[in-house]
Design a protein around this ligand. Structure first.
Ligand SMILES: *[C@@H]1O[C@H](CO)[C@@H](O)[C@H](O)[C@H]1NC(C)=O
Ligand SMILES: *[C@@H]1O[C@H](CO)[C@@H](O)[C@H](O)[C@H]1NC(C)=O
Length: 172
C-alpha cells in the first residue's frame, strides 16, 4: 500500500522543469514584450520552439538560437515558395512585391544563422531586418487593397521568429 502511494506521488507530481524549459519560457516571455504590443502570443512562441524536438535538450542559448533560426529559415523558405506559386497563378503587383520582400526575409534568416558563430551583432541585426521585410510585404498588401490572409498569416510567422531570434541573439 505504501509502495502504491509513493508510486502515485512519483507519477502525479509534475516533473521539475528542466533547464531547456526555463530557457524557452524566458525567451518567449521576452519575445512577447519585445514584439509590437499584442501581436505575439506566448503560446505560439512556445509552440514554435517546441515544434523542434531538439528544443527539449537545448543546453544553452546558443543551441536554442541555432534551432530557432533554422526553424525561421525553413518556415520563411516555405512561405516564399507559397508566394511564388501564388504569383504564377495571379500576377498582382502587391504579391510580386511580397515575393521580392521574401527574398530578403529568407536571405536575412540565412545570414543570421551563418553569423551566429562569428558576428552576433550582425546576426541580431539581420534577424530584426527579416521582420521589417515581412512588414514591407504586409504594407504592400494593405496599400494595394489586396487581401491574402494566407500571406498575412505567414508575415506574422516571420514576425514571431524575428522576435524570438532578436531576443535570443541579444543575450548572446
Ligand atoms: C511556420 O511557423 C508557424 C508558427 O510556428 C507555424 O504555425 C507554421 O505551420 C509554419 N509553417 C511551415 C510551413 O512550417
Ligand atoms: C488575384 O488576387 C487578388 C488579390 O487576392 C484578387 O482580388 C483577385 O480576384 C485574384 N484574381 C484571380 C484571377 O484569382
Amino acid at each position: 500500500m505504501a509502495f502504491a502511494v509513493s508510486l502515485l506521488l512519483v507519477f502525479h507530481f509534475p516533473l521539475p522543469t528542466n533547464g531547456a524549459t526555463k530557457l524557452v519560457e524566458g525567451v518567449c516571455k521576452e519575445a512577447v514584450d519585445y514584439a509590437t504590443k499584442g501581436t505575439l502570443s506566448y503560446g505560439s512562441c512556445l509552440e514554435a520552439l517546441e515544434s523542434d524536438s531538439r528544443t527539449r535538450s537545448a543546453s544553452d542559448l546558443k543551441d536554442l538560437a541555432k534551432i530557432a533560426l533554422q526553424l525561421a529559415l525553413a518556415n520563411a523558405t516555405a512561405s516564399k515558395a507559397y508566394i511564388d506559386d501564388l504569383l504564377k497563378k495571379n500576377h498582382t503587383a502587391a504579391i510580386e512585391k511580397c515575393s521580392f520582400s521574401y527574398k530578403f526575409v529568407v536571405g536575412s534568416f540565412w545570414s543570421a544563422l551563418q553569423e551566429l558563430d562569428e558576428d552576433i551583432m550582425t546576426a541580431n541585426y539581420d534577424v530584426k531586418i527579416a521582420g521589417d521585410d515581412a512588414s514591407a510585404c504586409e504594407n504592400e498588401l494593405l496599400s494595394g487593397g489586396v487581401k491574402v490572409p494566407e500571406i498575412s498569416r505567414r508575415n506574422n510567422d516571420v514576425q514571431l521568429y524575428s522576435s524570438i531570434g532578436f531576443v535570443i541573439t541579444n543575450k548572446l
